[in-house]
Design a protein around this ligand. Structure first.
Ligand code: NAG
Ligand code: NAG
Ligand code: NAG
Length: 270
């Protein structure tokens, strides 16, 4: 349990897990500016990036539950590309409320998913769009190639150097392999999916937590936990978003209809 907690936290809190590798998306490349329009940087109130997320509604961001550091400490930035440089495409919003999944278990990492309601809606434009989600319980076959993106900054050790978004393509690893005694030995639940290269060297890493794993244009995974970064024996473990599609819709639309009702508005759309 201590081990798991450590494994979980290294992706969130700057640690020494990765002094040998770059503390960011491992083995990837820099996508062209604002080509991944749904990605959100979650920053501390001091402007320090610590997690990723994605925009699923103009007033809601989807991320990992372990990115919850308290509402007052968090700022969300959409439309960003180079952290630490104002490029004119960024939109900022503070959270209005946090909705971590009620079954989230920080010792097993099960149900590591959270919705953040924004205090002001984000404007959708050339730089910002919504992330499409998979249907409830939609599955992925092993070998399907997906991509994970993030800033994965290394806190103060990175200084004020601008950090450009990175992305890496990775195949889905079967749950049976990921859950086997050669790998995570029984710690993979049905609410998790694994992705990583057979030969290692490609992975999400600390600071990428909560960020989107996109397959066929939909967000199937959220960076959750792992064991080191880029080790072929230990693929990255992601929250299986398709297991939570119904919860996401219920959370977003039940709050939304309450708001409409309290504002005296009605709409058949919602
Ligand atoms: C988390 O999971 C562990 C192991 O299954 C269980 O013992 C514990 O009660 C769970 N904690 C919560 C808060 O659900
Ligand atoms: C799996 O979980 C057990 C019990 O929580 C832990 O002792 C073990 O280190 C974990 N193994 C891996 C590979 O994560
Ligand atoms: C992973 O292995 C454990 C222990 O054998 C098992 O309880 C669990 O259901 C397995 N997970 C999945 C998703 O099959």
């Amino acid at each position: 349990m201590i081990m798991l907690l450590f494994l979980l936290l290294f992706k969130l809190i700057p640690a020494n897990c990765l002094d040998s590798v770059q503390g960011r998306i491992v083995g990837g490349y820099t996508p062209s500016p604002n080509s991944i329009k749904y990605i959100v940087s979650i920053q501390s109130s001091k402007g320090q990036h610590f997690c990723g997320g994605c925009l699923v509604h103009k007033s809601w961001v989807l991320t990992a539950a372990h990115c919850n550091i308290g509402m007052d400490q968090m700022m969300l930035v959409a439309g960003d590309y180079t952290l630490g440089v104002f490029e004119g495409t960024e939109q900022y919003s503070k959270p209005l409320s946090l909705v971590p999944h009620p079954q989230y278990n920080r010792s097993t990492n099960n149900a590591d998913i959270m919705l953040i309601k924004l205090s002001a809606p984000i404007e959708l434009n050339r730089y910002v769009s919504l992330a499409p989600l998979p249907k409830q319980n939609a599955g992925l076959l092993a070998g399907r190639v997906c991509r994970v993106s993030g800033w994965g900054s290394t806190s103060h050790s990175g200084g004020l150097k601008p950090l450009i978004l990175r992305t890496v393509k990775l195949p889905i690893v079967s749950t049976s392999r990921c859950n086997s005694s050669n790998s995570f030995s029984g710690n993979i639940t049905t609410n998790m999916i694994c992705a990583g290269s057979n030969t290692g060297g490609k992975d999400a890493c600390k600071g990428d937590s909560g960020g989107p794993l996109v397959c066929d244009g939909r967000v199937y995974g959220l960076v959750s936990w792992g064991n080191g970064c880029g080790d072929p024996r230990f693929p990255g473990v992601y929250t299986a978003v398709s297991r939570f599609r119904r919860w996401i819709d219920q959370t977003i639309y039940s709050t939304f209809s309450r708001c409409l009702k309290s504002a005296g508005l009605f709409s058949r759309e919602v």
